[in-house]
Design a binder for this molecule. Sequence first.
Ligand SMILES: CC(C)(COP(=O)(O)OP(=O)(O)OC[C@H]1O[C@@H](n2cnc3c(N)ncnc32)[C@H](O)[C@@H]1OP(=O)(O)O)[C@@H](O)C(=O)NCCC(=O)NCCS
Length: 179
Amino acid sequence: MSGVHVRLATPDDVPAIVRVCSAGWRDTYADIHSAEYCEDVIARFYTPDRVASEIGPSDSGQGWQWDGWLVSELEGEVMGAGGGGPTGPGTWEVFVLYLDPEKRRLGAGRALLDAMTAQARAHGAHEQWVSVTQDNHKGLPFYGAMGFTVRETRERHSQNIDEPIRTVRMARPLSQGNT
Ligand SMILES: CC(C)(COP(=O)(O)OP(=O)(O)OC[C@H]1O[C@@H](n2cnc3c(N)ncnc32)[C@H](O)[C@@H]1OP(=O)(O)O)[C@@H](O)C(=O)NCCC(=O)NCCS
């Protein structure tokens, strides 16, 4: 959609990334996970210090890389954030993608995914992956519309707060013209 602009994040974007990801998490998983679990995840992954340390690309040293945070802006305001990186030979994964809950269905998800896809292609990836929580009806239809199909389901127990985490692993080929 016109009006949405996606770019690589800078350190100045840290507060906005924390804001949209925290709000996105609370809204998306309110009916799926306990509030304790959501707050535990936000406290571990979406603190200003952690996001600041992940603004640019990095190599985990464990077989996967992070291509750095991307942000989407609408009318000069950051309203979405996401990122991912290569996970193996020819594969690239969306690790995170959240919007201000009030700013959905304006094309920012597609624009952020397009930017991630350009990064994936730059690495020579031929397949793009994402893990989506099984009952996430705010995320699953988007990936379905973007051509992702379910490859497997996984279940594990979370680290700090004991509750089941059921995820759907989805993927799409990058060789058929999807941008
Ligand atoms: C998933 C998400 C990032 C998509 O971003 P978005 O900006 O809302 O999506 P877009 O406007 O780019 O939608 C692109 C297309 O996807 C499809 N789509 C998106 N959301 C949909 C929904 N809830 N139901 C049905 N189709 C949907 C539509 O085909 C849409 O095109 P259209 O609006 O022209 O019909 C966003 O909705 C979001 O933040 N969801 C909650 C968080 C989440 O689940 N993140 C993913 C975790 S892995």
